[in-house]
Design a binder for this molecule. Structure first.
Ligand code: HEM
Length: 447
């Protein structure tokens, strides 16, 4: 029998500030912090955060133990609700165990292949319209533009278009949504100035009121936007979402879909701008298809797929996942007591030399069928998490991201200084503070 080890004591130097713990180091950049703890303590490393005794789970074995959750010791709600606040109350990621399984079973029906085919058909016109205003230029801030684009796409795809709402109302809804995301994202919920939280509470109320107003109409007529789909789906056993469920899930889905996809697309633009040989390769595949490829055609864009996987590895949009132990458990032979906040080092794992050759290099071929470095361990690559809470929108995300890139590759060429390193803001999901400058030119034009 192997001996059960106690959790190592947290050294004084690693305790951080009273109550806050290592919050500021997290906000500066979690990666160096996680590396230091890995070296000092190993895969189950103590830390302290926001009044919580906490552990970092580092590497694919430790992360995998929490994701697979064999003994049902790891819960989502008590962990995520501390970080994202009350603004995403009862989203799928924030419910646990039997209740989560029941909700997930219903929501699964919103992401079947036929449904995805319908979403792809709606994606193209929304993207075409959004990109029409992209003037390009030598200092084009791609991240901000992509953020607007994905919000506009969400208005069409999630809400079924804003035909019967005024542009002013849609702008108000977008602002409300952004207020929720911003307040929720700050890990420092205790220290966020009141106005920010106040705005977010108002934002949540605005979103709820907006969705509730359209709910009867969505219930009455089935359509292929996600709002409508959530109103109509049911399991074989006849289980369906209540009105409150639809509203809670809609608000969470929009949040889950938005920043993550924007960050991934922006990262891909950066790397494709720095690696023109990959941009040309991806462009050649896109040029061989039409302007509005269907689901199967999007799946055939194999170079773009490699670039997407590599971008998700190098900059995981959700670099750290959280869990809270509801009972004592053991990870990698180390005892983790009940009521411990667990930080799963996904980004840390993506850059471990044990699993990846030259981990910081951009090398999409590492995902090619003859290399498949991601298969070095089941959880070596986990940008979408794993286990029962694995991202339900991962195929949808891939389709949206590829549809945007496909149209960009067919319309524009862009470049990024090969030495450019994105200055990331780590207060919430990691985004480039400088808005991700690229030099963007329409194909056939010169600056
Ligand atoms: C590149 C884009 C995306 C990334 C990297 C991403 C990442 C993740 C991760 C890591 C989780 C697991 C959270 C956990 O285990 O605690 C998750 C869950 C989830 N994601 Fe995504 N996501 C993306 C896009 C999307 C999109 C487009 C949607 C919806 C259309 C979506 C909906 C969800 C939902 C509903 C959950 C909760 C699932 C559950 O708890 O059962 N995500 N996502």
């Amino acid at each position: 029998m192997t001996e059960l080890l106690p959790l190592p004591d947290l050294r004084r130097a690693d305790r951080g500030l009273p109550w806050l713990g290592q919050v500021f180091e997290h906000q500066r950049d979690p990666l160096p912090l996680y590396r230091r703890h890995w070296e000092r303590y190993g895969p189950v490393a103590p830390t302290y955060l926001l009044g919580n005794r906490a552990v970092m789970l580092l590497g694919p074995d430790a992360c995998g133990a929490a994701l697979q959750n064999g003994d049902k010791a790891f819960a989502n709600e008590p962990a995520w609700s501390q970080l994202v606040g009350p603004f995403f109350h009862r989203g799928l990621m924030l419910i646990d165990f039997d209740e989560h399984r029941a909700h997930r079973r219903i929501m699964q029906d919103a992401f079947t292949r036929p449904r995805l085919e319908g979403y792809v058909r709606k994606l193209h016109p929304a993207i075409e319209q959004g990109l029409a205003s992209w003037a390009g230029g030598p200092d084009f801030r791609a991240y901000w533009q992509l953020k607007q684009l994905t919000l506009d796409i969400a208005a069409d795809l999630f809400m079924g278009g804003a035909d019967d709402t005024s542009p002013a109302e849609m702008a108000r809804v977008n602002r409300a949504f952004i207020a929720c995301v911003q307040a929720a994202a700050g890990i420092m919920r205790a220290d966020v100035p009141f106005t920010r939280w106040g705005r977010a509470f108002r934002g949540r109320r605005t979103l709820e009121a907006f969705l509730r107003r359209y709910l009867p109409e969505k219930r009455a007529t089935p359509a292929d936007d996600i709002f409508s789909v959530l109103c109509h789906i049911e399991t074989d056993a006849g289980d369906r979402f209540s009105d409150d469920d639809v509203i809670n899930h809609m608000i969470f889905l929009m949040m889950a879909a938005h920043d993550t996809s924007t960050i991934t697309t922006s990262t891909m633009l950066q790397y494709l701008g720095q690696h023109p040989e990959w941009q040309d390769r991806c462009r050649a595949e896109s040029m061989a298809l039409g302007g509005a490829p269907d689901l199967a055609e999007l799946e055939s864009l194999s170079s773009l797929d490699l670039v997407m996987r590599e971008s998700l590895r190098l900059r995981a949009p959700v670099p750290v996942l959280v869990r809270y132990t509801v009972r004592d458990t053991v990870v990698q032979g180390v005892h983790v007591p009940a009521r411990t906040l667990c930080l799963l080092g996904i980004q840390f794992t993506h850059l471990m030399e044990q699993y990846w050759t030259d981990p910081t290099a951009f090398d999409p071929e590492r995902f090619s069928p003859d290399r498949r470095e991601d298969r070095s361990h089941r959880f070596a690559w986990a940008p979408f998490g794993g286990g029962v809470h694995k991202c339900i929108g991962l195929h949808f995300a891939g389709l949206e991201i590829k549809s945007i890139l496909h149209r960009l590759l067919r319309t524009y060429r862009w470049s990024v200084d090969p030495g450019y390193v994105a200055p990331l803001d780590h207060h919430s999901l990691p985004f480039p503070k400088d808005g991700q400058p690229i030099a963007l030119t329409r194909l056939g034009h010169r600056h």
